[in-house]
Design a protein around this ligand. Structure first.
Ligand code: F6R
Length: 620
């Protein structure tokens, strides 16, 4: 949700800012802009549309200087126009900033500032911050502060931050101070990159890769004062802090598209490898169990767990649903899956021995973070299943498990889902072996898991079949996705993928639930995608399929190789390898990801940057 980048040092800031914005574009792509201190004046270039539009604008009208900030926007307040794009100018141009987050009290602040003569040019909440800094800068000088001293500007920023309600990641520059870049964080991520004679600021580490390996992740209510040769870290309440320097996760560098047409396709095809990465070093074959380095709970604590709550949003929530089935099946621990956006404001009774897992690809989702903090506040061990190393959720959790899936750039999540399911399977094995799961059962599961990367590779062979199916159905406006047991969450996920990137209405349901309502939707132009691999429930799903056929609904079946029972019922069949029921989500998710992808391509949609979405949802 909005990407921020900033630079102070000796290089041309504009080049760095644009490169950083291209890398951050997955966070929002409604508009983009830069501001650079250019010979004593701050020059702003901003434009609605993608970063390459901004690059064209800057090419035609360059700005030179070694201090600057940039922004790529996911609109919250105000339409996606040139004027509403960031950076925003405060007062008469003495301060300019970029903002990621939402200022909840912006209406009252705006009224206050208008009463004090400030003129608003945009419909954004962010502009109030720029004007408020300007207001407090004047106030500081009236109280004797030296307008030529950067300490006065810092005090003005501090006074402003105290008045803001909501979330922010900010990059701020002042016309008067050509060597000072300020970053501030509350709720929206911000990382400082440490160079030689230069500093960087960004929403995540991706713009820093190749420039520095040393970073400092800011925590809430921290402010970084950066100049080419100094870095001061201040906390709102405790004052000056010494920064904790970490090494950047170089895997974040892998953002090359290679021979693929889209990141989403590249990431779908990476899954044999990412699933393997999620398992690497996590088997204890002697004990027929899994092992994790970072749970930070001793075996006694883990044995006492009598309930698990998995909390997440979107695709990660679907992975959580698969996790519920697995944890209850293998570990016999009652498990609930909660939408983080609901859990954060609910007050469900949680037992003393409830373990909470936040599941998140980005580690920055605002709702998931808030739900995790709420559970932590009540004293529960809160752990994270997370992909992005160093993200806020990863840092704030008491412990957790990384996915090691590498950067997921396509806005629609694919490889993160299968990695999350893999990690949840390992977790079920681990907790299961502490309880009821026998040694041979543990060994069998390990054996099956080890074969999954190869099986996923085979599942990808359906690519050409899916292409033909996509051609046939791309003009339909409504789809049903139906599956049972472990494949019910997969049906939800398949429907979500189609909605997100093709803008086609799709509903996921447990196949048997269809007769309680959704069957009314079935007609000749509403295809039903049945996820129907082999298993105990297979005949029941066949009956559900019959019900759809009886109403002349087109049927697409995701079925196992050699399953002839679907032959006479399904209009189109996409074959997947046969695996145990509890591993089926890993396999059946693949054709559904490909189907959504291919339909979106046929419809000419922007696969990697679907409208209205952003990769990392850091607002409520
Ligand atoms: C769907 C998708 C979203 C995310 C959701 C949670 O393709 O990407 O639904 O799954 O916004 O994001 P994370 O996992 O980063 O917390």
């Amino acid at each position: 949700m909005c990407g921020i980048v900033g630079y102070v040092g000796y290089r041309e800031a504009t080049d760095l800012l644009l490169e950083g914005l291209f890398r951050l574009e997955y966070r929002g792509y409604d508009s983009a802009g830069v501001a650079v201190l250019n010979g004593g004046e701050i020059s702003v270039r901003k434009k609605a549309g993608r970063v390459h539009e901004l690059a064209k604008l800057v090419d035609a009208n360059p700005v030179h200087g070694c201090l600057g900030i940039g922004h790529t926007r996911w609109a919250t307040h105000g339409e996606t126009t040139d004027i509403n794009s960031h950076p925003h100018v405060g007062g008469n141009g003495e301060v300019v900033l970029v903002h990621n987050g939402v200022i909840e009290n912006y209406t009252s602040l705006r009224t206050f500032l208008q009463e004090h003569g400030f003129v608003f040019r945009t419909a954004t909440d962010s502009e109030v911050i720029a004007h408020l800094i300007s207001y407090h800068f004047t106030e500081q000088t009236e109280q004797g502060g030296d307008p030529k001293n950067s300490a006065t500007a810092i005090k003005a920023v501090e006074a402003t931050l105290k008045r803001l309600k909501g979330t922010y990641g900010l990059g701020i520059i002042f016309q008067e101070f050509p060597k000072m870049l300020i970053g501030a964080r509350a709720g929206s991520p911000l990382v400082v990159g440490i160079g030689q004679g230069e500093y960087f600021l960004a929403s995540d580490a991706s713009p820093l890769v190749g420039y520095t390996e040393e970073v400092v992740y800011l925590s809430d209510h921290e402010m970084a004062i950066l100049s080419p040769d100094s870095f001061e870290l201040l906390h709102r309440d405790s004052g000056a802090l010494s920064p904790s320097i970490q090494t950047i996760d170089q895997v974040a560098a892998d953002v090359d598209l290679g021979d693929f047409e889209h990141y989403m396709l590249k990431e779908i095809f990476e899954q044999p490898q990412t699933i393997e990465n999620a398992m690497r070093g996590r088997f204890d074959e002697d004990e027929a169990t899994a092992k994790f380095g970072g749970l930070n709970l001793d075996p006694q604590q883990l044995r006492r767990i009598d309930r698990v709550v998995l909390t997440a949003c979107g695709t990660s929530w679907h992975a959580g649903l698969v996790g519920e089935y697995l944890l209850e099946e293998f570990a016999r621990i009652p498990t609930e899956v909660e939408y983080a956006s609901e859990l954060r404001y609910r007050n469900p009774p949680l037992t003393d021995n409830t373990m909470v897992f936040a599941i998140t690809q980005s580690g920055e989702t605002a709702d998931t973070l808030a739900a995790m903090r709420e559970c932590k506040r009540k004293g529960h061990p809160t752990l994270a299943i997370c992909n992005v190393v160093g993200s806020t959720i990863a840092r704030e959790a008491d412990g957790g498990i990384y996915l090691h899936a590498g950067p997921e750039i396509g806005v629609a999540s694919t490889k993160a889902f299968t990695s999350q399911v893999t990690v949840l399977t390992l977790l079920a094995l681990y907790l299961g072996r502490m309880r009821h799961l026998s040694y041979p059962a543990g060994q069998r599961l390990i054996h099956q898991l080890k074969s999954m990367p190869e099986i996923i590779r085979k599942s990808l062979d359906c690519f050409e079949t899916v292409k033909n199916v996509a051609q046939k159905y791309s003009e339909f406006s409504n789809f049903l996705y139906l599956g049972r047991l472990h494949n019910f969450p997969v049906a939800l996920e398949g429907a979500l993928k189609l909605k997100e990137i093709s803008y086609i209405h799709a509903e996921g349901y447990p196949a048997a639930e269809m007769k309680h309502g959704p069957i009314a939707l079935v007609d000749e132009v509403t295809p039903s995608v049945f996820v129907i691999p082999r298993g105990g429930i297979h005949p029941k799903v066949i009956s559900n399929m019959e019900e759809v056929k009886a109403r002349r609904g087109p049927v697409i079946a995701i079925a196992c190789e050699g399953d002839t029972k679907v032959d006479n019922l399904a209009d189109d069949i996409i074959r997947v390898p046969d695996v145990e029921e509890y591993l089926q989500p890993l396999v059946t998710a693949i054709p559904l990801q490909l189907l959504a992808y291919q339909i979106a391509v046929v419809r000419g949609c922007n696969v990697d940057r679907p409208r209205n979405l952003a990769k990392s949802v850091t607002v409520e």
